[in-house]
Ligand binder design. Structure first.
Ligand code: ATP
Ligand code: MG
Ligand code: FE
Length: 351
C-alpha cells in the first residue's frame, strides 16, 4: 500500500505491507510559512506540487521498491486545506489509474490513529484517541475489529475544541512571548526552566456546569487571553518579556493545556469503559502533554499508546497504514472521481 499525505504543510509518502512500514519520506514547507506566522494555503499547495515526486522517489528507495510493486494507493481525501488536498489526490488518482490498482481516499484524522498499528500492532477492540495538532483537538471513540472482521472499524467524535486547537494555542502563546513559529517546540524549550505553578491559568470547560454540557469538549481561547493579560500586566509594570518570566508563563501555560487534555481523555476512557488510550498529532511531541497523560493513565489503570514523534506529525505512513487497515476491513475502494472534502467528518473513514 502506497500512502500519500498532503492535507496541510507536510508532503508525505510511505509504503507499508499490512502493519509493516517499509519506507517513508516527508518534505515540509514549514520554513516557507515562518515569516507569515502560519500556514499560507497557496504556498503549501505549490510546495506539495514540487515535493511530491521527489518524496515518492525517496520513499520507494527507502522501501527498496518500485512503483510496479504497489498493489494499492491510499491518499488523504480530507479534512485539510482544499488546494493542498487536491495535489495529493490528483497524484494518487493518476497512480492508481496508471498502475491499475485500487484507490482509497481516507480520513486524515483516523489515519493519525491508525498509524499506531505500525508500531504497536493491531488496535485494541475499543479505545479512546486524543488527537492534538495545529488544526485539531479531538477526542474519539475508536472501535476496531478483532482479527480481520469486515466493516467493523468505526470512529465516533466524542468532543472537540470549540475555538482554538491545542497546537494553535501553543503557536499563539509563542507569538505573545516573542518566540518564533511554529511555537510548540519553542514554548516547550522555554518551559523547561520555568515554574508550572507560577501562574494559575484557567482550565477551559472544566467547571461543573461546563462539564455537564461539554464533558469532552475543549476551549483554549480563554487560556490564550489569560496569557495575553499576564504579558500586558508584566509590561505595564515595567518588566521585559524575556528570561524567567517567559519560562514561567510557558511552563504554566503548558501545564494548563496538559492538565485539561489529560483530565478529559482519562474521564472519556473511564466513562466508555475502555482500557486503552491512543495519542496522536503534532502536540504529542510536547513532553508535558505526554508526561502528564502517561501519569494520569497509569493512575487510572489505562494503557497509553503513543507512536514515535516522527509518526505523530503529518506523514504518509499514517495514510498507508489506514489504507491497508481499511482494505483488509472491507472498506473501499474509492471511485477514481473521488472528491476531496476539506471538512470530512471523522466518522467517514474511506470516501
Ligand atoms: P493537522 O492539524 O491538519 O494535522 P498540522 O500541520 O497543524 O496539521 P501537525 O504537523 O501534526 O499538525 O502538528 C503541528 C502542531 O504541533 C503545531 O501547532 C506545533 O506548534 C505543535 N507542536 C509541535 N511540537 C510541539 C511541542 N513540542 N509542544 C507543543 N506543541 C508542539
Ligand atoms: Mg504540519
Ligand atoms: Fe495531521
Amino acid at each position: 500500500m502506497l500512502g500519500i499525505e498532503s492535507s496541510c504543510d507536510e508532503t508525505g509518502v510511505a509504503l507499508v505491507r499490512g502493519a509493516q512500514l517499509l519506507g517513508h519520506a516527508v518534505a515540509s514547507s514549514v520554513d516557507e510559512h515562518v515569516r507569515f506566522g502560519g500556514v499560507v494555503p497557496e504556498i503549501a499547495s505549490r510546495a506539495h506540487l514540487e515535493a511530491l515526486l521527489p518524496t515518492m522517489r525517496r520513499a520507494c528507495e527507502e522501501a527498496g521498491a518500485t512503483l510496479a510493486d504497489v498493489d494499492a494507493v491510499a491518499v488523504t481525501a480530507g479534512p485539510g486545506l482544499a488546494g493542498a488536498l487536491l495535489v495529493g489526490v490528483a497524484a494518487a488518482k493518476a497512480l492508481a489509474l496508471a498502475l491499475d490498482v485500487p484507490l482509497l481516499g481516507v480520513n486524515h484524522l483516523v489515519a493519525h490513529v491508525a498509524v499506531d498499528v505500525l508500531v504497536s500492532g493491531a488496535l485494541p477492540e475499543r479505545s479512546v484517541a486524543l488527537l492534538v495538532s495545529g488544526g485539531h483537538t479531538e477526542l474519539l471513540d475508536v472501535r476496531s475489529p478483532a482479527g480481520t472482521g469486515v466493516g467493523a472499524l468505526r470512529v465516533e467524535l466524542l468532543g472537540q475544541t470549540l475555538d482554538d486547537a491545542a497546537g494553535e494555542a501553543f503557536d499563539k502563546v509563542a507569538r505573545l512571548l516573542g518566540l518564533p513559529y511554529p511555537g510548540g517546540p519553542h514554548v516547550q524549550r522555554a518551559a523547561e526552566s520555568g515554574d508550572p505553578a507560577a501562574f494559575a491559568f484557567p482550565r477551559g470547560l472544566t467547571a461543573a456546569h461546563d462539564l455537564r454540557r461539554h464533558p469532552y469538549d475543549f476551549s483554549f481561547s480563554g487560556l490564550k487571553t489569560a496569557v495575553a493579560r499576564q504579558v500586558d500586566a508584566h509590561r505595564r509594570a515595567g518588566g521585559e518579556v524575556d528570561g524567567p518570566f517567559v519560562a514561567d508563563v510557558a511552563a504554566s501555560f503548558s501545564e494548563a493545556v496538559a492538565d485539561v487534555l489529560a483530565r478529559k481523555t482519562v474521564s472519556a476512557a473511564q466513562d466508555r469503559g475502555v482500557q486503552t488510550v491512543l495519542l496522536g498529532g503534532g502536540v504529542a511531541a510536547n513532553a508535558r502533554v505526554r508526561g502528564l497523560l502517561a501519569e494520569r493513565c497509569e493512575a487510572a489503570g489505562l494503557a497509553l499508546r503513543v507512536p514515535p514523534l516522527r509518526l505523530c506529525t503529518d506523514n504518509g505512513a499514517m495514510v498507508a497504514a489506514l489504507g491497508a487497515l481499511a482494505l483488509a476491513d472491507g472498506l473501499g475502494p474509492s471511485p477514481l472521481d473521488l472528491a476531496t472534502d476539506p471538512g470530512l467528518p471523522v466518522s467517514t473513514i474511506v470516501v
